[in-house]
Design a protein around this ligand. Structure first.
Ligand code: AMP
Length: 398
């Protein structure tokens, strides 16, 4: 038995989950938020209990110190050397990584070189990695990349139709994101299509960030997010795919800079931008019920963009055996699941049990009726367990 930590470090936060491996038993989970502030928030859940406190967390190393201290105080571990390995989620692995890697100097340098492609994320992941290295210098460290699963795409699926010189010189291409989640979903999903020789799966990770991936024989063949997580379907605050001239036109109209408009496309668009209500689908749905016209439009747009991508990937895969719904909205919103399935229903022969669907939130379930030409399932995603598995595998190899 070995204790393995899965870590997701953001610019001002550090999420963690400690596993007993190989059993994959979760010993504790939690989050340090508002890192860099005197009134940081440290929360931890373990063994049915939970604690949240406001404490100064001036940097990520302090967050790791608090975490180790809490683990010992709560009796979750006796000594910090019990943690044998730490796996770090990394958003952008660029063209370098098609699987999880030992977090050595070479990996660290490559992640650093990819900062221009994911400025906020990769910088924060490195800070998190270095903080753990300082407090737990001897553990096995592993990097798990959101982009790795998508590295099996063919050039026709990842090259943008821009001058090829830019593709080569600046590595400007589709990388996708949420790869760890899509991989997990496609593995768990197999049980719903036993005996299918060449499984074709469309996985829909629909949360505040959202992406759809086409998977054939366990490999990603296409994914909706692009160079960055701004591309693809419409999201809580992100535009998803746009005609590129929208940027040029709106900068001229508003006098805003490209950078300012880019921030608007990332943080003020999507469900929030169109509805002018909220980025949270629950608030938008409430406004829809109240007859708010912009909320109704945002809601319709959101459903249609998702349906468009499912249709596109149905063609890309030459059919589909399974559609999976996951993440905040996919797992918890019967309304969106029903509406999306209605939108694709007549073209793809998809039919779900509406009564069953209406009662399910946050649980795994098969939703499709026996008449449906494609199976439809809800599978709660688990990126952390994938990180823990890959990290433990490297620990065993050492
Ligand atoms: P995620 O980014 O995967 O955590 O998903 C967050 C989003 O899931 C939120 O912004 C909500 O829009 C949505 N969500 C969470 N819970 C529910 C729920 N019970 N019903 C509908 N939408 C939900």
């Amino acid at each position: 038995m070995a204790k393995v930590m899965a870590v997701n470090a953001g610019s001002s936060s550090l999420k963690f989950k400690l596993y007993e491996m190989p059993e994959e038993k979760v010993l504790c989970s939690g989050n340090a938020e508002r890192i860099g502030h005197e009134d940081g928030i440290f929360g931890i859940k373990w063994n049915g209990e939970s604690e949240k406190k406001i404490v100064p967390i001036l940097d990520h190393a302090e967050a790791v110190r608090l975490l180790v201290k809490a683990l010992i105080e709560k009796g979750i571990i006796k000594d910090m050397n019990e943690i044998v390995a730490v796996g770090h989620r990394i958003v952008q692995g660029g063209k370098y990584f098609s699987k999880s890697m030992l977090f050595d100097k070479d990996t660290e340098d490559k992640i650093e070189s990819l900062i221009p492609l994911a400025p906020l994320h990769n910088k924060a992941h490195l800070v998190g990695f270095r903080a753990f290295k300082e407090i737990l210098p001897n553990v096995t460290s592993v990097a798990t990349f959101d982009t790795a699963f998508h590295q099996t795409m063919e050039p026709e699926d990842y090259v943008f139709p821009i001058p090829y010189e830019y593709t080569e010189k600046y590595d400007c291409r589709r990388y996708g994101a949420h790869g760890t989640s899509h991989k997990y979903l496609s593995e768990v999903g197999l049980k719903y299509i036993p005996g299918v020789k060449h499984p074709r799966i469309i996985s829909c990770h629909i949360g505040s960030g959202a992406s759809i991936t086409a998977i054939k024989d366990g490999k990603c063949v296409a994914t909706s997010m692009g160079l960055t997580p701004l591309g693809g379907i419409m999201m809580g605050t992100r535009t998803g795919d746009l005609d590129p001239s929208v940027m040029n036109y709106l900068c001229k109209c508003t006098g805003k800079s490209v950078e300012e408009m880019y921030q608007i496309f990332n943080k003020k668009s999507g469900l929030l931008g169109v509805s002018e209500v909220s980025n949270d689908s629950r608030d938008v749905s409430k406004a829809v019920e109240e007859g708010n016209k912009k909320a109704i439009l945002a809601d319709r747009l959101f459903i249609r963009r998702i349906a468009d991508f499912i249709g596109q990937y149905y063609v890309r895969l030459g059919g589909a055996d399974l559609i999976i719904f996951s993440a905040g909205i996919g797992e918890n919103s019967p309304y969106y699941r029903e509406k999306i399935c209605e939108e694709i229903g007549s073209a793809l022969g998809v039919e779900i049990d509406k009564k069953l669907n209406a009662g399910i939130r946050g649980e795994e379930a098969l939703l499709s009726t026996p008449n449906s030409k494609i199976k439809v399932a809800i599978i709660p995603t688990d990126e952390e367990v994938m990180i823990a598995r890959d990290t433990y595998a490297y620990y065993l190899k050492k």
